[in-house]
Design a protein around this ligand. Structure first.
Ligand SMILES: *Cc1c(COP(=O)(O)O)cnc(C)c1O
Length: 363
């Protein structure tokens, strides 16, 4: 066991539960049910078909998904979904409404525009993406082919705490950095995507939840790899899938169910972790400065800065020397960002809080 893994506050890929890492170590050598290394098991084996089936079931049960959702495990990351969504759902002559709430929604808009008419219904650019729109600031069109937003802006640390958009327009959400961190009403969504490397497992696999009715709207003649219908018909084994990554996501889902007790329990823990950190920031007399508006603060990515970039650098250097890693803000923003995904324990967050208070006392 490597104790530094427990203090990995990276924005992603990030921390995984120690009990999962332990099973992964064993699986590299030998998956108990097969006698083979996980790195050398065929994606066409019955064992792997069972892994995909169990994983799909776990996702359905953990989220209480309505039965008309397909559960897919795709490649290409969330970035490929920035393209697949408009390719499938944005007809010629139609348009889609997007919220521009930060770095990742900005990427989704730029990529979406390669495929069609993407309209920005609200932008936080003038506010430095430090806040999110209130319900009356969003003017979404009933004519839009769909409405797209990012539930948690990983870079800036702002998170929607309610569901924006209209219930009469298909709602599409990039939940990459808060998927499985809290319960939500899946019935209000048409398509949800989340790549693994924030809350679910290693990079290489992206979970896509899509309603049957939406699949019907995709144009015919898409390349199979980029066609949700083809991927659904192949049960996510259209070509060689990332067997290892999918297996680890299954281990993480078992951990979430058996060790944590489900998504609602996870949300309580995540709430406590975030509160601890924001309390230290708010109680620091401006020594630590939170970047996000209080009501829109993320429970997954706590972003803050000190008085000067030099102070940020000294904080990060001393934190690294004390065993904490991954605390530097995104390369586009600087500052400090503590990513406290599901696998980051309350003990680890308490230790970071202790370090911050100690650092402040030392000046
Ligand atoms: C990290 C992240 C992405 C990028 O995902 P890739 O798998 O690298 O394409 C997209 N959206 C959000 C919200 C993210 O946090």
């Amino acid at each position: 066991m490597n104790p530094r893994n427990a203090l990995n506050f990276s924005g992603g890929p990030g921390a995984l539960p120690e009990s999962v890492l332990e099973q992964v170590r064993q699986a590299i050598d030998e998956v108990p049910e097969t006698g083979l290394s996980i790195l050398g098991i065929s994606h066409r084996s019955d064992w792997f078909a069972g892994v995909v089936a169990e994983l799909e079931d776990s996702v359905r049960q953990l989220l209480g998904l309505p039965p008309d959702f397909r559960v897919l495990f795709l490649q290409g990351g969330a970035t490929q979904q920035f393209t697949m969504v408009p390719m499938s759902l944005l007809p010629p002559g139609g348009f889609a409404d997007y919220v521009h709430s930060g770095y990742w929604s900005g990427k989704s808009i730029a990529e979406g525009r390669c495929s069609g008419d993407v309209r920005v219904v609200w932008s936080g650019a003038d506010a430095g993406f430090s806040r999110l729109p209130g319900p009356d600031e969003l003017t979404c069109s009933p004519e839009a082919a769909y409405f797209h937003y990012v539930s948690n802006e990983t870079v800036e640390g702002v998170q929607f705490h309610d569901v924006p958009g209209r219930d009469d327009v298909p709602r599409v959400c990039d939940m990459s950095s808060d998927f499985m961190s809290r319960p939500f009403d899946a019935g209000r969504f048409s398509l949800i995507y989340a790549h693994a490397q924030k809350n679910l497992g290693p990079a290489g696999v992206t979970v896509v939840l899509v309603r049957d009715a939406l699949l019907e709207r995709a144009p015919v003649g898409l390349p199979g790899f980029l066609d949700y219908r083809v991927q659904a018909a192949a049960h996510s084994i259209f070509n060689t899938p990332p067997v290892f990554a999918i297996y680890v996501v299954l281990l993480v889902m078992r951990w979430l169910r058996d060790e944590i007790g489900g998504v609602a329990r996870m949300a309580e823990i995540n709430q406590r972790k975030a509160s601890m950190l924001y309390r230290v920031i708010d109680g620091s007399d401006g020594f630590f400065r939170g970047k996000a508006a209080s009501v829109d603060r993320s429970l997954m990515n706590v972003s803050f800065e000190l008085a000067t970039p030099e102070a940020d650098r000294r904080f990060l250097a001393e934190a690294a020397a004390a065993g904490f890693s991954g605390l530097a803000g995104h390369r586009s923003l600087g500052g400090v960002r503590a990513s406290i995904y599901n696998a980051l324990s309350e003990e680890a967050v308490a230790r970071l809080c202790g370090f911050m208070e100690d650092f402040r006392r030392r000046g």
